[in-house]
Design a protein around this ligand. Structure first.
Ligand code: PLP
Length: 434
C-alpha cells in the first residue's frame, strides 16, 4: 500500500494538521522523507527549496549545526524531570532581558497552550468572561481561538464549539479600530482581553496599520481589559525584542512559541507580575503540564538565543535574501503586467492573487483567487519549490536560504506563471489545468 493510503487508514484525514493534506490546493498531500538546510525531500528523494519552514519555527533552516549536534549530551541528562531547574530559570531571565513586559512567565509546549493559558489568566485577573479578537488571526486550536480564525482553520474551525463560547467572543476586523468599537459596544466592561497578532501572518502577511496597536492599547486600558500579544510567530522572527520592541506598544500578556525551540516544542506565556500572580500557587487559577520547562527543550531554547545574541548579522542576511526574492517577484509581475502586490518584512515574503494594494484584513485575504493559488502551488511543486499549501500562509526565508535559492525560485515562478496559470496580462485563464 502507498504511504498516502496507509496515512489515510490510520491518521484522521491522513494527517495531524489539516493544512498538510493540501486540501485547499487540490494537490496530493506532500509526503516528506527528509530535510536538510533549506531543503525538503519527498519519498522519491526529490529535493525542494522549502519555504514552509514548518510554518515558522525554522529560522535557521532544518539542520543548523548549532541545533543538531551534541544532542546526546542533552539526552544523557534526561528529557523530562518534572522539577524546576536552574536552566529553566535562566531561560526565563534571558527572555525577560529581551521582553521587559514579561515580568513573570511560564513555559508550556505549544503556541495553542500559551494563548489558551494567557486568556484564562486574563479572565481570572479581570473577573470578566469575554474576549475580543480579530478575524484572520490564528492563535491555536482551542475553542475561543478558532472563531473566525485564519491559517488553515479558516472555513473548517466551527465543529465542536459551543454556542456559549461563541457568545463570549467579540470579533473585529484587523486594522480597523471602528470595527472593534462596534463589536465591543455595550460590552466593554465585560471584555477580559483583546488578543491580537501584533504583526499578522495567518491571513497572508498583514502588518499593523499606523496607530492600530496603539489604539488597541488605549482601548484595553480604558475598558479595564488586558492586551494580549500573540508573538508566537513574531518573537525572534522580528528580532530579540519581537513585535512589541518593533512597534513600541507594550502588551499586558504575551505568548511565545515556534522559533524559540529551534524546532522542538517549547512555548511560553507571561506578562505583568500582578496579572501572572493570579496563577496557583500564588493565586487561584491553574495551568500546568508534564512537559512544561523540560530540560531538553529548555536547552534547545538556550541554543537559539545563543545563536541570535552572537549573530545579530543573521537578521540582515535573511532580510537581504527575502528582499531579493520580493524584488524579483515584483519584476516578474511588472514584466507580465500582473497587478499583485508583493509584501516583504524581514524574512517574510508574501503575495496574493488579488489585484490592488496589499491586504489589510481577512476580507482582503478571502478575496484572493484561491484557484489561481492552487494552480501556482502545484506548478511550483513540479519545479522543485515547496510553498505552503494554503494561501493564508506566507513564505518564510531562513538563514539557510541563499541568493542562489532565490534565483532558482524566481525562475520557477516565472515559468509557473507562463506555463500553468495562463496569465498573459491581467486576465486569468480559469480553465488552465495542471
Ligand atoms: C500566531 C500563532 N499563534 C499561535 C499558534 C499556535 O501554535 P501551535 O501550533 O504551536 O499550537 C500559531 C500556529 O501557527 C500561530 O501562528
Amino acid at each position: 500500500m502507498q504511504l498516502i493510503e496507509r496515512a489515510r487508514a490510520v491518521l484522521a484525514g491522513g494527517c495531524d494538521s489539516p493544512v498538510r493534506s493540501a486540501w485547499s490546493v487540490g494537490a496530493p498531500m506532500f509526503l516528506q522523507a527528509a530535510a536538510d538546510g533549506p531543503y525538503a525531500y519527498d519519498q522519491e528523494g526529490r529535493r525542494y527549496v522549502d519555504y514552509i519552514m514548518a510554518y515558522g519555527p525554522l529560522l535557521f533552516g532544518h539542520t543548523h549545526p548549532a541545533l543538531v549536534t551534541k544532542l546526546d549530551s542533552l539526552a544523557r541528562h534526561g528529557f523530562v524531570w518534572g522539577s524546576t531547574h536552574s536552566e529553566e530559570v535562566r531561560l526565563a531571565e534571558r527572555i525577560r532581558g529581551h521582553l521587559s513586559s514579561m515580568e513573570r512567565m511560564r513555559f508550556v509546549t505549544s503556541g495553542t497552550e500559551a494563548m489558551m493559558s494567557a486568556i484564562r489568566v486574563a479572565r481570572a485577573f479581570t473577573g470578566r468572561r469575554r474576549v475580543a479578537k480579530f478575524a484572520g488571526n490564528y492563535h491555536g486550536h482551542f475553542d475561543v481561538a478558532l472563531l473566525e480564525a485564519g491559517a488553515s482553520a479558516g472555513g473548517a474551525g466551527r465543529g465542536g464549539i459551543t454556542g456559549g463560547v461563541r457568545r463570549e467572543v467579540a470579533i473585529a476586523r484587523y486594522n480597523d479600530l471602528a470595527s472593534l468599537d462596534a463589536a465591543a459596544a455595550g460590552i466593554e466592561g465585560d471584555i477580559a482581553a483583546i488578543v491580537v497578532e501584533p504583526i499578522a501572518a495567518n491571513m497572508g502577511f498583514v502588518p499593523p496599520a499606523e496607530g492600530f496597536l496603539a489604539g488597541l492599547r488605549e482601548r484595553a486600558s480604558a475598558w479595564g481589559a488586558l492586551l494580549v500579544f500573540d508573538e508566537v510567530i513574531t518573537w525572534l522572527r522580528f528580532g530579540l525584542h519581537g513585535a512589541q520592541g518593533r512597534t513600541g506598544v507594550m502588551p499586558d500578556l504575551s505568548a511565545l512559541g515556534k522559533i524559540m525551540g529551534g524546532g522542538v516544542p517549547i512555548a511560553a506565556f507571561g506578562g505583568r507580575r500582578e496579572v501572572m500572580e493570579t496563577l496557583a500557587p500564588v493565586g487561584q487559577t491553574f495551568t500546568g503540564g508534564t512537559h512544561g520547562g523540560n530540560p531538553f527543550c529548555v536547552a534547545m531554547a538556550h541554543r537559539v538565543l545563543d545563536l541570535l545574541e552572537a549573530h545579530p548579522e543573521y537578521y540582515a542576511a535573511m532580510e537581504s535574501v527575502a528582499k531579493r526574492l520580493a524584488t524579483g517577484i515584483r519584476a516578474i509581475f511588472a514584466r507580465r503586467g500582473l497587478p499583485y502586490a508583493v509584501v516583504q518584512a524581514e524574512s517574510i515574503v508574501d503575495f496574493k492573487f488579488r489585484a490592488g494594494a496589499p491586504g489589510r484584513n481577512y476580507d482582503d485575504a478571502r478575496a484572493a483567487d484561491a484557484a489561481a493559488y492552487a494552480r501556482y502551488y502545484r506548478a511550483m511543486l513540479q519545479r522543485g519549490i515547496l510553498l505552503p499549501p494554503s494561501q493564508n500562509e506566507v513564505m518564510f526565508v531562513s538563514t539557510a536560504h541563499t541568493a542562489a535559492h532565490v534565483d532558482e525560485t524566481l525562475a520557477a515562478i516565472d515559468d509557473s506563471l507562463e506555463g500553468y496559470l495562463g496569465l498573459p496580462g491581467t486576465s486569468h485563464d480559469s480553465n488552465a489545468t495542471s
